[in-house]
Design a protein around this ligand. Structure first.
Ligand SMILES: Cc1cc2nc3c(=O)[nH]c(=O)nc-3n(C[C@H](O)[C@H](O)[C@H](O)COP(=O)(O)OP(=O)(O)OC[C@H]3O[C@@H](n4cnc5c(N)ncnc54)[C@H](O)[C@@H]3O)c2cc1C
Length: 571
């Protein structure tokens, strides 16, 4: 059994930023199922928020207010104050580490407009911001070769928590399928989001919620899982993201008749309303028959008036994605788009130092931390503003690192029953080989994704979600009959897909059940049968606890309000 002071699961911005804080001081290892620079952070396009005031008058106070309002008042305001307050320092730090941000004429960091933000505060590197940030941190970690051990293409299968103390993880080397226990004084999950449960999604194939489900199965509750963000501009039928930066640079949204329909829904912000509102507006246009195309099932992103020079300078990736995936030249023609599952607001509950909660009363799991998209701290509440999540990963990744540096030297390696842990991980795999094979992994996955997109998507109600509950229950039963066909040991993706699907089936139930229980509309969770926000009964966080029989119990905990009392959200 190998051991480290700290094991970090995930090599996106949150994981690598935390590692930077620790390397050279503690024995730290990073486990990642994809090669580090392929983490989903690298796919982020539009920008990272900070009130630098380089282009527009701005203040930290305004950034805090926009975030609280954008979150539809479900965000914890003490955490939001930290996020926005630390943003300028974070940007300059990344710049000084070598991140090449796009510049203004005066050679300052350029900033573009973004949805729900009242000033131009999105710092960007063309439309490849995540790529630039991730490679900067990957470079820094590479510089620490020898001091930082990266288990690249290793899969984390289980989290080991006993008596409220985190003791390590069970991992699998994807090259050989060999299982191993990594014992640790502290474990940080920075394992990303869970958008893969949806058919139309902008998320990388790896975003299957493995971290959150491993935590949940180890006895940790999950918070606000019903809140899934749908981004307004997914490429039609593919879901691949076209950044909000396209609208930040002046792009329009139009329906079949060429009308800029946002004038009806968010007259002051137009295309730059927050994502939940813009996505619902598009869906309404489609549902009411004003969609474009032969089936009237998409709307259009119109960039033509921006001209070739601006598109190629600021939005080169948008140009190539539209060209390569659906053959549309966005300089000449508007691009077919539809809402796409994009960001997971819910996740592993943690405090402002990323220490994970064990219950709804404030007790912690000793030695267990979570940061980035897998965590729910909760800075995004019911709806995240664009560009706040790269920021969250950097700000809270660093805070997790600092806290671990502080507490880990005082912790011991807690004993681990290696045999038992390996046997449990082995049993889970054996069961996947033991099914009678009358069910197929890809068929179940497809039915799951269809169900989630159609019945727990942009618009929800009981008449769609109750059948979804039954469907998910059936899918879980059918999943017991799948059989992994590939007996190979090397790069067995058939096995990995089965493990991932098992996770997706488990957390999807929490999205649907949490959403059914929440009889109101708030942020990204919109119920046509309860179309208004209900602060009296529902201004609270959902906490889902796993029960012995594999089911769950929902409890609730209050939202932290510091300076902004809830008010009606208008744009
Ligand atoms: C297309 C797209 C564009 C976006 N654009 C923006 C933007 O412009 N601005 C913004 O603020 N946000 C944006 N976001 C959101 C933002 O990119 C993410 O929320 C953020 O990068 C998440 O970072 P992370 O470090 O938490 O996780 P990720 O970068 O997702 O990394 C997760 C890591 O966990 C590892 N992992 C997961 N499961 C396992 C396992 N079982 N075993 C081992 N390793 C595992 C993966 O290998 C990976 O290294 C965008 C998201 C998408 C999908």
């Amino acid at each position: 059994m190998n051991s480290h002071d700290v094991v970090i699961v995930g090599s996106g911005l949150a994981g690598l930023r935390a590692a930077m804080e620790l390397v050279g001081h503690l024995d730290v290892a990073v486990v990642t199922k994809v090669y580090p620079s392929r983490s989903h952070s690298g796919a982020a396009q539009g920008g990272v928020a900070a009130s630098l005031g380089n282009v527009d008058d701005d203040s930290v106070e305004a950034h805090i207010y926009d975030t609280v309002k954008g979150a539809d008042y479900l965000g914890d305001q003490d955490s939001i104050e930290i996020l926005c307050g630390d943003a300028p320092r974070t940007i300059y730090e990344m710049e000084h580490l070598g991140c090449a941000f796009s510049r203004t004429e005066e050679n300052k960091i350029n900033q573009r407009a973004f949805g729900g933000h009242s000033a131009q505060r999105a710092c960007f590197s063309a439309d490849r911001t995540g790529h630039a940030l991730l490679h900067t941190l990957f470079e820094q970690s590479y510089k620490q070769r020898g001091k930082l051990q990266i288990y690249s293409e290793w899969h984390m299968n289980r989290l080991i928590v006993e008596d409220g103390v985190c003791r390590g993880v069970v991992v699998m080397d994807i090259r050989t399928s060999k299982l191993e226990v990594l014992q640790a004084k502290a474990v940080l999950f920075a394992s990303g989001g869970y958008g893969q449960a949806f058919k139309i999604t902008s998320n990388a194939a790896a975003n299957t919620g493995d971290g959150i489900v491993a935590a949940y199965r180890a006895g940790v509750p999950l918070q606000d899982m019903e809140f899934v963000q749908f981004h307004p501009t997914g490429l039609y039928q593919h879901g691949i993201l076209l950044t909000e930066g396209a609208r930040g640079e002046g792009g329009y949204l139009i329906n079949e008749d060429g009308d800029r329909f946002m004038s009806k829904y968010a007259p002051s912000k137009m295309e730059l309303g927050p994502r939940d509102i813009v996505s619902r507006s598009e869906q309404t246009e489609i549902n009411e028959g004003r969609g474009a195309g032969p089936n009237k099932d998409y709307v259009l992103l119109d960039l033509r008036h921006l001209g070739r020079a601006k598109i190629m300078e600021r939005l080169p990736q948008v140009f190539h994605l539209a060209q390569d995936f659906i053959g549309v030249d966005c300089i000449e023609k508007p691009v077919p788009i539809q809402p796409t599952a994009h960001y997971s607001m819910g996740g592993i509950p943690a405090d402002n130092d990323c220490q994970v909660y064990l219950d709804d009363k404030g007790a912690h799991v000793t030695g267990f931390f979570a940061a980035g998209e897998c965590s729910c701290i909760s800075v995004h509440g019911a709806n995240r503003l664009g560009t706040n999540s790269l920021l969250e990963a950097l700000v809270f990744g660093r805070r997790a690192g600092k806290k671990m540096l502080d507490v880990v030297p005082g912790l011991q390696l807690a004993p681990v029953d290696e045999e038992r842990e390996l046997a449990a991980a082995r049993r889970e795999i054996d069961e996947l080989y033991a099914g009678d094979g009358t069910e197929d992994i890809s068929v179940i996955r497809e039915e799951l994704k269809q169900t989630m997109t159609l019945q727990a998507g942009v618009y929800r109600d009981a008449s769609r979600m109750e059948p979804a509950q039954t469907k998910l229950d059936q899918l879980r039963k059918r999943f017991a009959k799948v059989c992994v066909k590939d007996q190979g040991k090397s790069f067995n993706f058939n096995l990995l897909e089965a493990l991932e699907l098992s996770n997706m089936l488990e957390y999807s139930e929490l999205i649907v059940d949490g959403g059914l229980a929440r009889q109101e509309s708030r942020g990204a969770h919109f119920r046509t049968d309860y179309p208004t926000r209900d602060d009296e009964n529902w201004m609270k966080h959902t906490m889902a606890f796993r029960t012995e029989d594999g089911g769950h119990e929902l409890r609730y905990k209050p939202v932290k309000v510091t300076r902004f009392e809830p008010e009606e959200r208008k744009y």
